[in-house]
Structure formats: structure tokens, C-alpha cells
Design a protein around this ligand. Structure first.
Ligand SMILES: [Zn+2]
Length: 331
């Protein structure tokens, strides 16, 4: 009897403590203790592929490995978990090889560029180091290891690298490529969002526009819209995806995609509600980015829960194979 009471007490304590244990460490916490990690040797496969990278107006030749380190420095906070950084490295490698094998955006001049709105963002080691300050050495090693630790690993569908797009954070569910762009790709489907809203900076944001500001922005793209009269009559029917993203919205009689209005108004995502209040149009926005493919904050949350980079990639990209891949360079 006494023994079973002790067991009960221990079990109760465990039940109480377990949820607490899963809450730590968070980004920035616990991490302070790590000051040095062992650096892995550079990967053989990434080193064997040379890329022509358009940096501003000049084309620079660099290995795939060096390029991927620059992408990681720019595209994901280096404070993130190693498994999240590895998932990002594989996604960035795959995206790069997809661009090369499908012709890319730069014709015969370059394979890829460093403009985030065209290809992927890129940051040199020097610039990143000045941003990171005293953490520069640790962060650089984490990034080197994420690339070297996944050397050559690529996400394939039907034997070819996929369009491995990624975004910062999504709302409820990720979005399928067909919802956001034109073609619906089997491996870019809507899946459960994994981020914890509490840990994502600016997960909920608002954007306010006066009647004049809104008119200027919207009419520049759609001069045919009727934005006369009271602004409470401007916004018409809104259709939404299963996960509450705006599919289409009618503004002044013109129906546009939620993604287009997002771009016109520079909203952080196409997951939004809108109301007229105090003579302003107020947009309440959730998440950041297009919402397709890997969510970076979701990846970090999964890593904190003990998931590997392969678990993360298999969650966000549907029905794919992740394996070492030798790029088919036709140039
Ligand atoms: Zn580009």
C-alpha cells in the first residue's frame, strides 16, 4: 500500500513535470551554455559541384557547399536548432538543383542569384559575422555543420529534385502550391502547421490604411475598381481555404487572389481578416510568407520536440524521397 502510494506520487510529479520539460529549451534559452562545437569536414559532394552565382552585377564561381552556407546565413536564424538548420540546408540545396536542372531564372549567364525575391537570399561570412557579433564563431560552425552534415542530400520526387520552397511561418496549415501559384504540385500540399505562435516574432500583425492610402495602392494595380462612396462598401465577398487563408477577395467590384492583395498592400501573409474601423481599413494578418513548403519556425519547433531533419522534411514535403543525389549539369 505504502509502495503504491509512493509510485502514485512519483507518477503525479512526472505528469506535472513532463509538459514543463517539453517547453524548454526555447530559442535563445539554454543555448547560452554552448560556446563551442566541433566542426565537421566539408562535404565531398557539394564541393564537387561548381555554381555560377549572380551577386549584384557580377557572376562569381563558388562550390555548391560555399553557396549553401551563404544561403543558410541569410535565410534562417542561426540561433535555430541544428536539425532545423539541416532541414533548411537540404531544402536550399534541392531548390538550387531544381533551378539548375529546369533552366533557372538567369538563362546561360548564371545558375542562380542572391536576390531573395528572385532565387534565394545569400550573405557572405564577413557580413554575417558583423551581424552576429560575439556569437559569430558558434553560428558559423553551426551553419558549416548543417551543410556538411547533409552533404549532397536532396529531396526528390519521381527521381528529380523538387521545387523545395520554404517560408517563415504559416497559419494553421501550410498551403498547397496550387492555392498560391498556378500549378498544383503533388509534393507541395497543405499540411499541419507545426509552429508555436507564442515563439514566432510578429506571428500576429496588423496593417492599417486610410481611404486615400488604400485607393492609391489598389487603383495602381486595378484602375477599373470602383472605390467611390463609403469605404465600408469596398470589400465584398471573401473566399477562404480550409486553413482560413484568403483565396479570393472582391475589392471595389474586382476579384483578386488573396496573394495578390497581400503583395499590393505588403501584408506579411495572405491569411488575414479585414475590418473598417475609425475610418481606416485594418488588416489582421497571421504568419509570414507564402505558406508553401517548409515552415522555418515550424521546423525549429519540430527540432525542439526531438524530430530530425528527415522527419521535418518528410512532414512538409509530401511523398518525397531524400537521398544523396548527383546533379545533372547540362552546361
Ligand atoms: Zn535569381
Amino acid at each position: 500500500m505504502k509502495h503504491s502510494a509512493t509510485v502514485s506520487i512519483v507518477l503525479c510529479c512526472l505528469l506535472f513535470l513532463l509538459p514543463l520539460l517539453t517547453l524548454v529549451p526555447r530559442i535563445g534559452e539554454g543555448e547560452e551554455e554552448i560556446t563551442q562545437i566541433e566542426k565537421l569536414p566539408p562535404g565531398q559532394q557539394d564541393a564537387a559541384t561548381t555554381l555560377r552565382v549572380l551577386v549584384g552585377d557580377t557572376v562569381e564561381e563558388m562550390t555548391l557547399g560555399d553557396y549553401l552556407q551563404g544561403v543558410l546565413r541569410a535565410e534562417m536564424p542561426a540561433s535555430f536548432e541544428e536539425e532545423a538548420l539541416k532541414a533548411q540546408a537540404v531544402a536550399a540545396r534541392t531548390y538550387t538543383l531544381y533551378k539548375i536542372e529546369t533552366g533557372g531564372n538567369h538563362g546561360t549567364d548564371a545558375d542562380i542569384c542572391t536576390d531573395s525575391t528572385c532565387c534565394q537570399a545569400y550573405l557572405s561570412a564577413e557580413k554575417a559575422a558583423s551581424n552576429w557579433g560575439e556569437k559569430a564563431e558558434l553560428y558559423e560552425t553551426k551553419i558549416d555543420n548543417a551543410v556538411a552534415g547533409t552533404d549532397g542530400e536532396t529531396i526528390l520526387y519521381g527521381g528529380a529534385p523538387i521545387l523545395a520552397v520554404f517560408h517563415s511561418s504559416s497559419a494553421g496549415m501550410t498551403r498547397s502550391s496550387g492555392e498560391v501559384w498556378t500549378s498544383d504540385l503533388p509534393y507541395l500540399q497543405s499540411v499541419e502547421a507545426m509552429e508555436d505562435p507564442e515563439t514566432v516574432p510578429n506571428y500576429y500583425s496588423t496593417a492599417e490604411f486610410t481611404a486615400q492610402e488604400f485607393k492609391e495602392r489598389f487603383l495602381a494595380s486595378h484602375p477599373e475598381a470602383d472605390l467611390s462612396g463609403d469605404m465600408s462598401s469596398w470589400i465584398g465577398t471573401i473566399t477562404r481555404s480550409e486553413a482560413n487563408n484568403v483565396d479570393t477577395i472582391t475589392v471595389g467590384g474586382v476579384t483578386v487572389r488573396g496573394t495578390e492583395l497581400r503583395s499590393i498592400l505588403s501584408l506579411r501573409s495572405a491569411s488575414f481578416d479585414v475590418e473598417v474601423k475609425n475610418e481606416k481599413l485594418i488588416f489582421y494578418v497571421t504568419g509570414f510568407g507564402h505558406g508553401v513548403g517548409l515552415s522555418q519556425y515550424g521546423a525549429n519547433e519540430m527540432a525542439q520536440e526531438g524530430k530530425t531533419y528527415l522527419d521535418i522534411l518528410n512532414h512538409y514535403y509530401t511523398g518525397v524521397t531524400i537521398t544523396t543525389y548527383v546533379p545533372k549539369l547540362t552546361r
